[in-house]
Design a protein around this ligand. Structure first.
Ligand code: NDP
Ligand code: ZN
Length: 369
C-alpha cells in the first residue's frame, strides 16, 4: 500500500467540551492508522446531523478527546486504500455514514447487520479497538478513514452535497422502512414523526416504496412542505388535540424521527396502529429523557415498540438505487465550511431553523494543503 498521498496530520473543526459545543475551532491532529481494509478519503462535503449536536452537548456521554471533530454524512474522493480493499479504488467518489468499522467476523458482520457488531466503531468519538483505541474523528475535517464495509460508492449523477445526507439520515430511515414494509409497500399506511433531516427523507423514501404516508409534526408550520415531500396527509399534533381518536386503527407502521420527546405521547401513537404492528424510534433524545407508557396500552393494540440503528451496506446500495429511480433528494442548505459557519449552522439546527439539512461545502478552501 502506498500512503504517500495521505498526510500524517489531518485538519478539522473541533470542540473541546460541552460548554463550547457551538464554537468549533480549526485544529490539526494525528490521523488514525490505516488498516488493511481501510479506505482513506479526502473529504469534499459533510452534512450536519442532530446526532452531532447531541454528541457535542454531551447529551449521550462524555467527550473521549478534547479536540473532538463530529460529522458523519461524509462524501469525498478515495486517495489511498489498504492492501485488502477489494471493492473501492483510488479516485472514486464515495460516502461514509455514522459507523466506520466493525470486527468483520461475528454473526452480525457476516449477515448484513454489521452496524450492530458489538465491536463496531462509530465515525466519531469512539475508541476503535482495531486501531489501538484511537478515538475516531468525524467529517468536519480534511480527511476520513473507514473500513470499506462502511464506505459506499456514490452514483455519478448524484451531486456530493445531495448524497451526503443519505449517508446517515437517509439510510437510518430506509433500513427500518424496508425491514418492516418490504420493498413493495402498496396498500400500507405509514406514519412519520418529526419532520427534520431524517423525517423529510423518510416521507420521500416511504412514498418511493409505495406506501400511503402521513406526516406528524408538532405544529402546522411544515404542512405545505411535507405535502410536497410526498406526505398524503399531515397532522399537527399540538394543534389537533383529537387526532388519535380520528386515526384509530389506521397505521401499518410508525417511524419516529424526532430528536426529543417533547409532546410525544407514545400512548396516542400506539393507539393508532393496526393490531400486531410496530412503532420504531430512530429518533434519540438526550439520554436522561424517556418515553412513558403503560403496559396496558401495548396490550390493547397488540402493539410492539422498537428501535433501529443506521443500516447495512447492502441496504445503502439499495437505497441509492431507489432514490435514483424515484428522484428522492434531500432538501439542503449548503454552507461553506469555516469556524464561523460551523457555529452558525450548529446553532440554527439546534433551534430547528433549517429546511431540512445543512451540508458543509468548499472543503478545499477550509483547509491549508
Ligand atoms: P432534526 O433536528 O433535523 O429533526 C428532528 C425533528 O424532531 C425536528 O424537525 C422536529 O420535528 C422534531 N423535534 C425537534 N426537537 C424536538 C423535541 N424537543 N421534542 C420532540 N420533537 C422534536 O434532527 P435529525 O433528523 O438530524 O435527527 C433526528 C434524531 O435522529 C436525532 O435524535 C438523532 O440523534 C437521531 N439519529 C438516530 C440514528 C439512528 O441510527 N437511530 C441515526 C441518525 C440520527 P417537527 O418540527 O416536525 O416536530
Ligand atoms: Zn446522523
Amino acid at each position: 500500500m502506498t500512503t504517500d498521498s495521505v498526510p500524517a496530520k489531518f485538519q478539522g473543526f473541533a470542540s473541546s467540551n460541552k460548554n463550547t459545543w457551538n464554537k468549533p475551532k480549526l485544529v490539526s491532529y494525528d490521523r488514525k492508522q490505516i488498516n488493511p481494509h481501510d479506505v482513506v478519503l479526502e473529504n469534499e462535503v459533510c452534512g450536519l446531523c442532530y446526532s452531532d449536536i447531541h454528541t457535542l452537548q454531551s447529551n449521550w456521554g462524555e467527550y473521549n478527546r478534547d479536540d473532538l471533530v463530529v460529522g458523519h454524512e461524509i462524501v469525498g474522493k478515495v486517495i489511498a486504500v489498504g492492501d485488502k480493499v477489494t471493492e473501492l479504488k483510488v479516485g472514486q467518489r464515495v460516502g461514509i455514514g455514522a459507523a466506520s468499522s466493525a470486527c468483520r467476523e461475528c454473526n452480525r458482520c457476516k449477515s448484513d447487520n454489521e452496524q450492530y457488531c458489538a465491536k463496531a466503531a462509530s465515525t466519531y468519538n469512539a475508541p476503535d479497538v482495531r486501531s489501538n483505541n484511537y478515538v475516531t474523528q468525524g467529517g468536519y475535517s480534511s480527511h476520513s478513514i473507514a473500513d470499506e464495509q462502511f464506505v459506499f460508492p456514490i452514483p455519478d449523477d448524484l451531486p456530493s452535497a445531495y448524497a451526503a445526507p443519505l449517508m446517515c439520515a437517509g439510510i437510518t430511515v430506509f433500513s427500518p422502512l424496508l425491514r418492516n414494509l418490504g420493498s413493495d409497500a402498496k396498500g400500507k399506511t405509514v406514519g412519520i414523526i418529526g419532520i427534520g433531516g431524517l423525517g423529510h427523507l423518510a416521507l420521500q423514501l416511504a412514498k418511493a416504496l409505495g406506501a400511503k404516508v402521513v406526516a406528524f409534526s408538532r405544529t402546522s408550520s411544515k404542512k405545505d412542505q411535507a405535502l410536497k415531500l410526498g406526505a398524503d396527509e399531515f397532522i399537527a399534533t399540538n394543534e389537533e388535540k383529537d387526532w388519535s381518536s380520528k386515526y384509530h386503527d389506521t397505521f401499518d407502521f410508525i417511524l419516529n424521527c424526532a430528536s426529543g420527546v417533547d409532546g410525544l405521547n407514545l400512548q396516542d401513537y400506539l393507539s393508532v396502529l393496526k393490531v400486531d404492528k410496530k412503532f420504531i424510534s430512530v429518533g434519540l433524545p438526550p439520554a436522561t429523557q424517556q418515553f412513558g407508557v403503560s403496559p396496558f396500552t401495548f396490550l390493547k393494540h397488540g402493539a410492539s415498540f422498537g428501535s433501529s440503528l443506521l443500516g447495512s451496506k447492502v441496504e445503502v446500495l439499495e437505497m441509492l438505487k431507489l432514490a435514483a429511480k424515484h428522484n428522492v433528494k434531500p432538501w439542503i442548505e449548503e454552507v461553506p465550511l469555516s469556524e464561523e459557519n460551523c457555529s452558525k449552522a450548529l446553532n440554527r439546527c439546534h433551534d430547528g431553523d433549517v429546511r431540512y439539512r445543512f451540508v458543509f461545502t468548499e472543503f478545499d478552501k477550509a483547509f491549508a494543503k
